[in-house]
Design a protein. Structure first.
Length: 256
């Protein structure tokens, strides 16, 4: 299981994403089940801000997500509501949004975007996609000068890391430039709450805040497989099977 959910991200301090109605229209129009089936070839599960199969005690469950607008498999109501929100925001004839992608790590940065283009079109949202090489893609991300893209952002297997790194105003990988005092307070409060039940409720509130405001359009959490041989010693596989990042090769030895 990967350590982070895939999401469509955009700078929320930049028009048209400053308008919550535009963000919610995108959230509603996205078909997560289709993205799982096509972009991940079925090797994923729908996800909220915290991956439900990585941290089941902290995440919104898959069953719970499927009842929420935007995550429902039947998109009829969601598409109708998305069109209504666009009209209310001043775009009764639809809106065109610039987007970019890269072939580096296509499962995160390209394929979900390819799948979502016709999905958004059903609600009147046109994505104009531009391909970037990896260096330019990262440069625009660090400078927050991009418009719309598909992305996965690494965070470790602990609720605070999952929330703080992406959604807190001071988060190191808050590429969406989210800055919400209510959300910041929830993220900070849960970090110092010792009672597991009380902390779990605060973590839940933080996740629902992210979804309700549609600061990112979270889609899925992809699977990762790793093959392990019993005679390869001291080569621990991490929680997300990310071997090349989290293992020290000099500690490995062969017992054969």
């Amino acid at each position: 299981m990967n350590w982070y959910p895939n999401a469509f991200i955009f700078p929320v301090d930049k028009a048209p994403f400053t308008d919550e109605r535009i963000r919610k229209a995108i959230h509603l129009a996205v078909n997560r089940q289709e993205i799982v089936a096509l972009a991940a070839q079925g090797a994923a599960t729908i996800s909220g801000p915290i991956p439900p199969r990585l941290l089941p005690n902290w995440a919104l469950s898959e069953e719970e997500l499927l009842k929420l607008p935007g995550f429902r498999s039947d998109k009829t109501q969601d598409i109708a509501e998305a069109k209504k929100l666009l009209a209310e925001a001043g775009y009764p004839n639809g809106i065109t949004i610039n987007a970019d992608a890269t072939s580096q790590s296509p499962a995160n940065n390209l394929w979900p975007l390819e799948v979502v283009v016709p999905q958004l079109a059903k609600a009147g949202i046109t994505l104009k996609v531009k391909m970037l090489e990896w260096g330019a893609f990262k440069d625009t991300e660090e400078s927050r000068s991009y418009d719309f893209r598909s992305r996965g952002t690494l965070a470790f297997a602990e609720p605070h890391d999952q929330l703080h790194v992406r959604y807190h105003t001071a988060g190191q990988r808050n590429y969406s430039k989210i800055s919400d005092p209510v959300l910041d307070q929830l993220i900070e409060k849960q970090q110092f709450t010792a009672d597991p039940s009380a902390r779990r409720e605060i973590v839940r509130q933080a996740q629902m805040r992210v979804l309700d405001k549609a600061w990112q359009i979270i889609t899925m959490n992809q699977y990762i497989w790793a093959v392990e041989q019993p005679w390869v010693m001291d080569f621990p596989i991490s929680a997300n099977a990310d071997l090349y990042r989290f293992t020290w090769p000099e500690t490995v030895w062969i017992n054969k």
